[in-house]
Design a protein. Structure first.
Length: 169
């Protein structure tokens, strides 16, 4: 089952790619991290490699991806004892907690790598321009997590208990 996680993340990203800032990468990394724990870092690494091979290893977005997606998995594993399998808690985490972290780290990387592009209030203009995309990201993450977490978690739980998935935590 763990071997299928990276292709599922990749396929989900491609399928929702045409919709700006609506993605299921966050959902799948959280779901898989709840189910597989620390082992989810392996499919995340495969996803990162595939993204680099597909789109190029550009310094801004690739550094950002190499920070944000493993960080999401680590945060999920650490929060699992608190949130357990509560879909509402994970939906709030994926949207109102993770999206600002996502955007903040992205802006920080841009500022560090391209400080000459953001003189004075340039970063403020970028933040304001980013607001509609962050709102779409928040709504998308919340809706996807709330709609899909419980049913897909139950399916994965049944598969893990069936004995055909020896990598369970």
């Amino acid at each position: 089952m763990l071997a299928l996680c990276a292709p599922i993340i990749i396929a989900g990203k491609i399928i929702l790619g045409p919709i700006p800032n609506v993605e299921c990468v966050t959902f799948f990394i959280i779901l898989f991290s709840v189910v597989f724990g620390w082992k989810t870092l392996f499919p995340v690494a495969i996803f990162l490699l595939e993204e680099g091979l597909r789109y190029g290893f550009g310094p801004t977005w690739y550094i950002f991806y190499c920070i944000i997606w493993p960080l999401l998995s680590v945060m999920t594993v650490l929060l699992k004892p608190v949130f357990k399998t509560n879909a509402i808690s994970w939906a709030i985490f994926a949207s109102v907690i993770f999206v600002p972290i996502f955007s903040g780290i992205n802006i920080l990387i841009l500022k560090l790598l391209f400080s000459d592009m953001f003189p004075g209030s340039g970063i403020l203009a970028y933040l304001v321009a980013e607001i509609p995309y962050d709102i779409a990201h928040i709504i998308g993450n919340f809706a996807i997590m709330l709609a899909l977490f419980t049913p897909l978690y139950r399916v994965m739980e049944k598969l893990m208990k069936s004995g055909n998935a020896p990598l369970s935590d």
